[in-house]
Design a protein around this ligand. Structure first.
Ligand code: MG
Ligand code: MG
Length: 248
């Protein structure tokens, strides 16, 4: 069942989204060669706590940190630690915050210093795929209109979408119904209604779509080792069109 949120609930989710976006901005401003992913994680946690919110990921199914930090061929769910970022890498940062029991969830991929042309194009295509998906968050459209829009942008740029991990409904739980694949057939799926809230999150690979998990139980990597990018926003369907909640 896809829950519909009231205007008051959307206001609280907008606040959770604002704090999530704030933390991501602070992290993005700090990304540079020589910094560790643990240092970025500490910055994000401090930013969220300073706003009297709670990090959404820390403790979630035992996840140990505020951020997921995934470098180059890591797709999602990388664990922050002593790893030092190097010039030319791309870093995907996923972040969530909880306000009064409501969740915000957003991700961005950042360049570490100067990067090559292919990862740059990959990041741009992934962000464009997210924008295309968000544009389909309109009452009366169908759920897999979002999926198809994401897939079309990613694949027409020559890249592939990850199948095993998907976007999701979000509200009083980080993961609510429905699942939102980054591939699908337009014109199918449940009809979208005002008040539904979705975390739309294309995970796009430069090479093949295949992924697997590492022995740490969390980090998901591309099987061919080529880079992957990830962008995500929490978005409400409203009568006035898509309302992105994870912005400052
Ligand atoms: Mg996320
Ligand atoms: Mg998510």
């Amino acid at each position: 069942m896809i829950l519909v949120k009231s205007p008051a609930e959307l206001e609280t989710m907008r606040e959770a989204g604002r704090i999530t976006a704030l933390a991501l901005r602070i992290v993005g401003e700090a990304v540079r060669p020589g910094i560790t992913t643990a240092e970025l994680d500490a910055m994000a946690e401090a930013a969220i706590l300073a706003e009297r919110a709670r990090p959404a990921f820390k403790g979630y199914h035992g996840f140990p940190a505020t951020l997921c930090t995934s470098v180059d061929g890591e797709v999602v769910h990388g664990i922050p630690g002593p790893r030092v970022l190097r010039e030319g890498q791309i870093l995907s940062v996923d972040c969530g915050a909880i306000v009064d029991g409501y969740y915000g969830d957003s991700a961005r991929t950042f360049a570490v210093g100067a990067i090559a042309d292919e990862p740059k194009r990959l990041m741009d295509a992934t962000q464009a795929a997210l924008v295309a998906g968000i544009a389909r968050c309109q009452p009366g459209l169908r759920l897999y209109d979002i999926s198809a829009a994401v897939q079309e942008v990613a694949e027409s740029a020559g890249f592939s979408v990850v199948r095993e991990y998907v976007g999701h409904g979000i509200g009083r739980a980080m993961h609510e119904d429905p699942q939102i694949p980054n591939y699908g057939r337009a014109g199918t799926g449940p009809v979208l209604k005002s008040g539904m809230v979705f975390a739309i999150e294309p995970m796009v690979n430069a090479g093949a779509p295949d992924v697997h998990s590492l022995d740490d139980g969390w980090t998901v990597v591309t099987t061919d080792g080529r880079p992957s990018a990830h962008f995500e926003h929490t978005v409400a369907v409203t009568e006035n069109g898509p309302l992105v909640l994870t912005v400052e």
